[in-house]
Write a protein that binds this ligand. Structure first.
Ligand code: KIV
Ligand code: ZN
Length: 510
């Protein structure tokens, strides 16, 4: 029978420790509620003794989240344990996460404690903690660089004195999958003689092996995995929640386990975290990267058009994504071009198609990426129809921290001009509202991501957004040195798509 894997998410504790990822109390609450919706079993909300803000965040999350257990981090001191208890006093599902370093290098240079002293500290702290917690997780920090006999000794001590979960951290991302799997097996086989407990792993990504190590540990008997969304965390980060979840799902034939994660909420939850922290993911990041469901080479495009599964092992909808699959460029072949036309409901006869394709190749040789406007203007010139879409003639934006942001736009389409102005919550919001009012439209902005392309002051801003009109999701992307302009151009691009889809669908020769 399939085994349940408990998902312990530490985005708000270990993840937040990453430089630049810190969040305000309200942001942490918003994220915790999103993790609860996602189906995370345990949310590590913070390290209460470390600061009043951390304490407040753990306390508020403990009050608001109902369906996930809430954990607080604690060193092996009574003061730390008390702080977690105070923060989570009213939460019946509170979890204490107690840790102490055990490896020789940490004992000598950081703790300055002997093995004996460490055992004594763990025993005393756990005895005290038992009075306040039903769920206690014990972590020997830097476990993978600790002598096995000492590690087993301290873990047995933890179990005898009240720990309910044993977590094995690969704190510095030192382990190698096969070795880690065997290590976990030895620990599991030894400790299960002492009492029933949950075996957990916590892997860091210094060698890019956090996910591989976690999967190896699951195969060796671990039933809890500690993760962060988007893999954020100290240095190279932690084991990425989405990568583990999708590995377990896509390769169910190997793992035969299940989790409570609602995979269709993965992408929106990742976007929320990116939005809150400003941590934008690289294009090739597994599962969430912009390129993950894009295919540019002709052979791949041909395969994907005939049958998606030729080059895609999961569906974007499974993780809640709406994506543009085919990137049109010089490697795209006739199949991809025909498919792109099909997306707009355009059907050309053989002669028209060959002329259009020749023009497309001509443009693709000059440009890195041929966008939909290019393709539609090729088609419109061949069909003799006007499909140039809305163009931004100019915009003005007034903004500041002591005035209500406002925007004015002039948009043109052929001979027609559309002018309007609006206020908004910020300059981009005001501009989008001005465009809506000029074009008499009410799109819903579903997604908006801004990313720096290049480095330093010369960087350009790239905006990627998705709007929804009449139940249709439309993407728009634009780059400019001015992020407000890039936003307007991306927005108009998505709106043009909507009209083009309508126009060509009705008017194209079928
Ligand atoms: O990486 C680590 O060792 C930790 C512990 C506190 C579990 O984050
Ligand atoms: Zn860690």
């Amino acid at each position: 029978m399939a085994k349940k894997i408990t998902i312990f998410d530490t985005t708000l504790r270990d993840g937040e420790q990453a430089p630049g990822a810190s969040m305000s109390v309200n942001q942490k609450i918003e994220m915790a509620l999103a993790l609860e919706r996602l189906g995370v079993d345990i949310i590590e909300a913070g390290f209460p003794i470390s600061s009043p803000v951390q304490f407040e965040a753990v306390n508020k999350i403990g009050q608001k989240v109902k369906n996930s257990k809430i954990a607080g981090l604690s060193r092996c001191t009574k003061e730390d344990v008390k702080a977690v208890y105070e923060a989570l006093r009213d939460n019946k599902n509170r979890v204490l996460h107690l840790f102490i370093a055990t490896s020789p290098i940490h004992r000598k240079y950081k703790l300055k404690k002997s093995k004996k002293e460490i055992i004594k500290t763990v025993t005393e702290t756990l005895k005290y903690a038992q009075n306040y917690f039903n769920f206690i997780e014990f972590s020997p920090e830097d476990a993978t660089r600790t002598e096995l006999d000492f590690l087993l000794q301290i873990l047995r001590t933890a179990l005898i004195n009240g720990a309910t979960t044993i977590n094995i951290p690969d704190t510095v991302g030192y382990a190698i999958p096969h070795e880690f799997g065997q290590f976990i097996k030895k620990i599991f086989e030894d400790l299960k003689k002492t009492k029933d407990f949950t075996l957990s792993i916590h892997c860091h990504n210094d060698l890019g092996l956090a996910v591989a190590n976690s999967l190896a540990a699951i195969q060796s008997g671990a039933t809890q995995v500690e993760v962060t969304l988007n893999g954020i965390g100290e240095r190279a980060g932690n084991c990425a929640l989405e990568e583990v979840i999708m590995s377990l799902k896509v390769r169910k034939d190997i793992f035969d386990v299940y989790t409570n994660i609602k995979t269709e909420l993965l992408y929106p939850t990742s976007k929320l975290l990116q939005h809150i922290t400003g941590f934008i993911l690289p294009r090739n990041k597994p599962i969430f990267g912009e390129n993950v469901f894009s295919h540019e080479s002709g052979i791949h495009q041909h395969g994907v058009i005939s049958k998606k599964e030729t080059y895609e092992i999961m569906k974007p909808e499974t993780i809640g994504r709406v994506v543009e699959t085919l990137v049109m460029g010089r490697h795209s072949g006739r199949h991809a071009f025909r498919n792109k036309l099909k997306q707009y409901g355009i059907s050309l006869n053989k002669k028209e198609f060959e002329r259009a394709f020749a023009k497309f190749i001509e443009i693709a040789d000059k440009k890195k990426e041929v966008n939909d406007e290019d393709i539609l203007s090729i088609v419109s010139s061949i069909l003799g129809k006007e499909a140039n879409g809305y163009k931004l003639k100019y915009f003005y934006v007034y903004t500041g921290n002591s005035l209500i942001p406002s925007a004015t736009v002039k948009i043109i389409k052929g001979e027609n001009e559309f002018i309007s102005a609006s206020t908004g919550d910020g300059p981009v919001d005001a501009l989008f509202k001005a465009i809506d009012s000029a074009l008499n439209l009410k799109p819903r902005l579903k997604e908006y991501v801004i990313q720096a392309i290049g480095k330093g002051k010369d960087a350009q801003g790239q905006v990627n957004l998705t709007i929804e009109i009449e139940g249709k999701c439309l993407n728009g992307k634009a780059i400019s040195t001015d992020i407000v302009e890039a936003s307007a151009l991306a927005y108009l691009r998505a709106i043009n798509r909507y009209y083009w889809q309508k126009m060509f669908f009705k008017e194209a020769k079928i």
